[in-house]
Design a binder for this molecule. Structure first.
Ligand SMILES: NC(=O)c1ccc[n+]([C@@H]2O[C@H](COP(=O)([O-])OP(=O)(O)OC[C@H]3O[C@@H](n4cnc5c(N)ncnc54)[C@H](OP(=O)(O)O)[C@@H]3O)[C@@H](O)[C@H]2O)c1
Ligand SMILES: [Zn+2]
Ligand SMILES: [Zn+2]
Length: 344
């Protein structure tokens, strides 16, 4: 399929975008904007489809937040990028740099942040154009193909961050839910030297989990008492990357004392925990959201160096292609990340 390149009239960037709508249909739209001094225009070539996109399908906003593309133009004050560079962006588009979270290395909790789904509704990675501040764009290492880099921009960064922050090579790390995030978390954790254990509701993923670096796979479909799973060595860290909030109390019988549960699931459900057991065992629950720019950059370097790549299923960047990817993702049929591409 041919790509209609974004065109520039002076500093005007324009291109095609794809939006959600109240009836769930994907709607093609047109984007046009002038380029600010610290902004970069990107011709998007690929986009991952993240589980979080499912929450925005009914909104009248441009979808997608796992972009990779080529810089087409830069504003007059840009110093970090030049036309022709291969770059990506993820869920966060802006952080102020002066609030307390920003000043304490917590820019994902910036009080003035620009996030997907909360601002900049006129652009996203389901498109062939993006105009973003240079600060939240990332160079893609030469060794990573664009179609493989796209899922790293949100999914990869978001599971790498808690692994770096909370997991040591001596830890037995449980990964719950083997989807886009989960299958990358297995690879990152294994390459970090952790012992990786997967909890999944899909028996059909067992072989892939072990091939990606897990040492054990537990099918939890229909299991209510996890002490019957046959786990003899307790789990030190539990990364929950399931699409829906799990009943984390089920995991308590297989957790080590002072274990850390790290929920990544994006949901408005209530997280209930057994308080006495939490007190008695010293289990901590520390949710994790996205990654700082430093961690995102290091994640890309780590993935490049250790040949960590998503397993992807490609779809064309069209209304029909996006619709098909979303439908499969909703039905739990993607192995393991859908990637939209203009050169399908
Ligand atoms: N915190 C963050 O920074 C961050 C960033 C990105 C995404 N997220 C969130 O992380 C979650 C996973 O995202 P993803 O892109 O990896 O999604 P995904 O590709 O759909 O994977 C989710 C996995 O969860 C399991 N699952 C499916 N339906 C389930 C259900 N009803 N209950 C429990 N588990 C279920 C499946 O794994 P099995 O077949 O192995 O059971 C599925 O592959 C989503 O909630 C997403 O919004 C959070
Ligand atoms: Zn801030
Ligand atoms: Zn995401």
């Amino acid at each position: 399929m041919s790509v209609s390149l974004s065109e520039f009239n002076g500093h005007i960037a324009q291109g095609t975008t794809f939006r959600g709508s109240s009836n769930g249909r994907i709607v093609k739209s047109f984007f046009q904007r002038s380029l600010g001094p610290d902004e970069v225009a990107v011709q998007v070539t690929h986009s991952g489809v993240c589980g979080t996109d499912l929450h925005y399908m009914l909104q009248d906003m441009v979808l997608g937040h796992e972009a990779v593309g080529i810089v087409s133009a830069v504003g007059s004050a840009c110093t970090l990028f030049k036309p022709g560079d291969r770059v990506g962006w993820g869920y966060e588009h802006y952080s102020c740099g002066f609030c307390t979270p920003c000043l304490t290395n917590e820019e994902c909790h910036c009080l003035n942040a620009g996030f997907y789904g909360a601002s900049d509704f006129d652009q996203g990675s389901f498109s062939n154009i993006g105009v973003w501040k240079q600060k939240w764009l990332f160079h893609i290492p030469e060794g990573i193909k664009s179609e493989d880099a796209a899922p790293l921009m949100c999914g990869g960064a978001s599971c790498f961050s808690p692994l770096i922050e909370h997991c040591r090579p001596i830890d037995r790390v449980g990964i719950v839910g083997m989807g886009g995030l989960g299958h990358l978390a297995i690879q990152f954790a294994a390459k970090m030297g952790c012992e990786v254990v997967v909890f999944s509701g899909s028996e059909s993923k067992r072989t892939d989990a072990l091939a990606l670096g897990a040492s054990a796979f537990f099918n939890i479909q229909g299991v209510s008492d996890f002490s019957t799973l046959g786990i003899t060595k307790p789990i030190d860290r539990l990364i929950v990357a399931a699409a829906s909030l799990m009943d984390v109390s089920q995991f308590y019988p297989v957790l080590a004392r002072k274990a850390i549960i790290i929920p990544l699931t994006a949901t408005k459900e209530t997280l209930a925990v057994p308080y006495y057991d939490t007190l008695f065992t010293g289990v901590k629950i520390i949710p994790s959201m996205l990654a700082t720019r430093f961690t995102q950059t290091k994640m890309l370097e780590f993935a490049d160096r250790h040949h960590i790549r998503p397993i992807i299923e490609k779809f064309p960047m069209t209304e029909a292609g996006i619709g098909a990817a979303i439908e499969k993702l909703k039905n739990g049929q993607i192995r393991y990340r859908a990637v939209l591409s203009w050169d399908f």
